[in-house]
Design a protein. Structure first.
Lengths: 232, 145
C-alpha cells in the first residue's frame, strides 16, 4: 500500500469533493424551491385574474338586453290599452303599472326606487303592481315586500297588451288609458342615475301635459329578467 | 453563555411556532365563516355566482399555497389579500352597503393574531386600490359603478 497516496486521495475527497457534493445538493434543493415558488406565483395570478373576471362577468351579464320573445308584438306609444276589471273603469288618474317578479334580482333592485315614485306621485297617479310569476303569492305578501298599500294584480295578459316581456318594467297610461311610456326605470341597475330616471321623467312629462316624449333606446330596449321564469 | 443564548433562541422559536399553529387553526374557522357569510348575503340579491365563485377561488388560493409551500410564510400574505377580497365581495353582494366596508377592519383585526405587522400590507393594498379605483370611476361619471 502506498499510504501517502491513499491519504492524499482521502484528503482531496474530504476537502474538495465532499463539500462540493453537499453544495450541489443544497443548490438542487434551492432550485426546486424556487421553481415551486414560481409555479405558485403563476397559480396565484391565475386565481386572482379569475376572481377579477368573475366580477366583470357578473356586471356584463346585467348590461345585456333581455332577448325578445319569438311571438312578440310591439305596442306603439299612444295606443289604447284594453284593461279588465276595476282598472278598466278607472279613468280618474293616469295609471302606472309596475311589472314585478319576486324571483328576479333586477326587480328587487328597484323596489326602493318604485317606493320613491309612489311617495312622490302617489296623489296624482294611480300605481298598480302587476306580478309576473307562476308561483303562488298573495297580494298581501307582495305589498309587504314593498311596504306599500297599492293594488296588486296577477293578470299576465296585461303585460302582453302593453308589450312588456321583462321585469322590472314600467308602463304609464294616461287617464284615457293610452300608452304614454313603456320601458325601463333607469339605465343604472340600482336606479341611481338621476339623468336616466326614465319612469320618473315619463310621469313628470305626462303630468306637465307634454304630448309625447322621445326616449332614447336605453329607456325602451328592455333590460332585466325574461318572463316568466327569469332564466335570462 | 452560549447555551443560555441557544436556550433563549429555542424558546423564541417555539413561541413563534405556537403562534403560527394557533393562528392557522383560527383562520380555518374564520375563512369558512367568511365563505358562509357570502352565502347568506347571496340570498339578498341572488349573487350565488359571486358567493361560490369568488369565495371558492379565495379559499382555493389560500389553501393551495399553504399546502404547496408549508414552510414559507407566503400563504399568510395570500390570506391577508383574501380577507380584503372577501370585503370587496361582500360590498359587491350588498350593492355597496356602507356597513360592508367594516369587513376591512375585521380582516385587519383577525390578522393581528399572527403578530406580524407586514401581514397588514397586502390587505391595505387591496383595500386602497379597490376603493381608489372605484372612487375615481364614480367621480369621472362612469355609469353603473
Amino acid at each position: 500500500m502506498h499510504w501517502p497516496r491513499v491519504s492524499m486521495i482521502f484528503y482531496i475527497w474530504l476537502s474538495v469533493i465532499k463539500p462540493l457534493s453537499v453544495v450541489t445538493r443544497i443548490n438542487v434543493k434551492q432550485t426546486e424551491i424556487e421553481v415551486k415558488k414560481s409555479i405558485v406565483i403563476i397559480w396565484l395570478i391565475l386565481l386572482f385574474s379569475a376572481i377579477g373576471a368573475l366580477f366583470w362577468y357578473n356586471e356584463w351579464v346585467y348590461h345585456l338586453p333581455t332577448p325578445i320573445p319569438k311571438n312578440y308584438k310591439p305596442v306603439d306609444q299612444g295606443k289604447l290599452i284594453k284593461l279588465s276589471g276595476a282598472l278598466e273603469a278607472d279613468h280618474s288618474k293616469p295609471l302606472f303599472l309596475h311589472f314585478f317578479n319576486p324571483d328576479c334580482p333586477c326587480s328587487r333592485f328597484n323596489i326602493s326606487n318604485f317606493k320613491l315614485l309612489v311617495k312622490q306621485y302617489g296623489r296624482q297617479v294611480k300605481f298598480v303592481i302587476i306580478v309576473m310569476n307562476n308561483k303562488f303569492y298573495t297580494a298581501k305578501q307582495i305589498q309587504d315586500k314593498f311596504d306599500l298599500d297599492v293594488p296588486v294584480l296577477f293578470d299576465a295578459s296585461i303585460a302582453v297588451s302593453c308589450g312588456v316581456y321583462s321585469t322590472p318594467q314600467a308602463v304609464l297610461l294616461d287617464a284615457g288609458h293610452k300608452l304614454y311610456y313603456r320601458g325601463n326605470y333607469n339605465s343604472s341597475r340600482y336606479c341611481t342615475d338621476e339623468k336616466t330616471s326614465f319612469a320618473k321623467i315619463a310621469i313628470a312629462g305626462l303630468l306637465n301635459n307634454h304630448a309625447r316624449l322621445v326616449f332614447n333606446p336605453l329607456a325602451l330596449r328592455a333590460y332585466g329578467c325574461s318572463l316568466p321564469n327569469c332564466k335570462r | 453563555m452560549n447555551s443560555e443564548l441557544n436556550l433563549n433562541s429555542n424558546l423564541a422559536l417555539s413561541f413563534q411556532s405556537e403562534i403560527k399553529i394557533r393562528s392557522d387553526k383560527l383562520m380555518n374557522y374564520f375563512l369558512i365563516g367568511f365563505f358562509l357569510v357570502g352565502m347568506i348575503f347571496a340570498l339578498f340579491y341572488d349573487t350565488w355566482l359571486i358567493a361560490f365563485g369568488v369565495g371558492g377561488l379565495s379559499l382555493l388560493a389560500y389553501y393551495s399555497v399553504k399546502i404547496a409551500l408549508p414552510d414559507s410564510t407566503l400563504y399568510q400574505y395570500v390570506l391577508s389579500a383574501v380577507l380584503a377580497i372577501f370585503m370587496a365581495q361582500f360590498i359587491y353582494q350588498m350593492h355597496g352597503l356602507f356597513e360592508m366596508h367594516f369587513f376591512a377592519f375585521i380582516g385587519s383585526a383577525i390578522l393581528i393574531t399572527y403578530q406580524k405587522w407586514k401581514l397588514q400590507i397586502p390587505l391595505a393594498l387591496v383595500v386602497v386600490v379597490h376603493h381608489a379605483s372605484l372612487g375615481y370611476l364614480q367621480n369621472i361619471g362612469v355609469p353603473n359603478v
